[in-house]
Design a protein around this ligand. Structure first.
Ligand code: SF4
Ligand code: SF4
Ligand code: FES
Length: 336
């Protein structure tokens, strides 16, 4: 079966084949990537072939200059994550026939990551974030004597199986919308690992971890775009772990931050009026007396006005708002 592959090529030396054509630049917020060129190859492979089979066939039999990173070819080492048709996937787990659109499959390095060459991106941002959450246990005292183990419940370990399944492929970070806008955001994989340790009953520093993860760039900077849940090849669902960390942080008293204020303002508005008051959401999230940060939000406010998106100045309640209050009371918890 014949497959056509369009490969995004990048050469730091600026040398390209004659048939490598420039592509459109990436739109914001993905525009950190240098310009690349696209080279089209045709490969003859069985119907069940995956994208990585095609790339290896190209490198082995057509163009030895193509740089591609891979190892296990079994969706376990995490090294072959790349953009396929505009989203991150493991090339060794992606069937070519399923990804062929309008007669071709487009493969490239993710534009949110620094690129080294062709399909090989620099994983430094990923590993820096991974290390920043201290992905190791801080032993709870007393440490069991030699030949003995910590005794913990099966349920508490089962709770962590999902995060332990992570293969550090970075597919979630490559597609994370918050990371694309803000390179300082810890990102989905690091925060999923953060939960793996903060939620471990053998860890002694849960509180210190939650304090750290509640800072700017941490758990509250996720925008719930769900890309990490959709793209993770191992079902880690990093967003779910971020939401668990948020609950742990709030329960532990780490509430003096824009993220918690934002959630509180959101819930309060819906409980009291049945709808979101967008006019007060931003000032309440930033903190009314935080004058410096209030001033920093002014450009966004002017942009909204310019775009004709200023929310109504008088915020009205919906009819029968008491029903909404009843729901809050029934659900209970922090916002009742
Ligand atoms: S849900 Fe949050 S962490 Fe996951 S990709 Fe979107 S912004 Fe990033
Ligand atoms: S959470 Fe999923 S997508 Fe992210 S690095 Fe781990 S395995 Fe890859
Ligand atoms: S080559 Fe190891 S995950 Fe694809």
């Amino acid at each position: 079966m014949q497959f056509t592959i369009e490969v995004g090529r990048y050469s730091p030396e600026g040398t390209y084949a004659e048939n490598a054509v420039p592509g459109k630049p990436f739109p914001a917020p993905w525009d950190r990537s240098p310009a690349r060129r696209y080279q089209t190859y045709t490969v003859d492979l069985p119907e069940h072939a995956v994208v990585l089979d095609a790339l290896i066939a190209i490198r082995e039999y057509q163009d030895q200059s193509l740089a591609v990173r891979c190892a296990c070819r079994s969706a376990i080492c995490g090294s072959c994550a790349m953009w396929i048709n505009g989203h991150s996937h493991l090339a060794c787990k992606s069937k070519l026939s399923a990804f062929t659109k309008e007669g071709k499959t487009r493969v490239e390095s993710p534009p949110s990551m620094p690129i080294i060459r062709d399909l090989v991106c620099d994983m430094k941002p990923f590993w820096d974030k991974h290390l920043a959450v201290k992905p190791w246990l801080q032993n709870k005292q007393p440490v069991p004597p030699p030949n003995e183990e910590y005794r913990v419940s099966n349920a508490s370990m089962e709770e962590l199986i999902q995060e332990v399944s992570c293969i550090s492929c970075s597919a979630c970070l490559m597609d994370c919308e918050s990371f694309a806008v803000n390179p300082d955001f810890l990102g989905p994989q690091a925060l999923a690992q953060a939960y793996r340790y903060a939620g471990d009953p053998r860890d002694a520093e849960t509180k210190e971890r939650l304090a750290e993860y509640s800072k700017p760039g941490g758990i509250w900077d996720c925008t719930h775009c769900y890309e990490c849940v959709t793209q993770c090849p191992k079902g880690v669902a990093p967003l779910d772990q971020i939401l668990k960390l948020r609950k742990m942080a709030v329960d532990a008293g780490f509430t003096h931050n824009a993220g918690t204020r934002h959630a509180d303002a959101f819930a309060e508005s819906v409980r009291e009026s049945g709808r979101l008051n967008e006019l007060t959401l931003m000032p309440k999230s930033v903190g009314f007396f935080n004058i410096v940060d209030q001033i920093k939000t002014l450009p966004s406010a002017f942009n909204l006005i310019r775009a004709g998106k200023l929310p109504p100045l008088i915020h009205k309640k919906i009819p029968g708002v008491n029903r909404i209050k009843t729901i809050f009371e029934r659900v209970g918890g922090r916002f009742k």
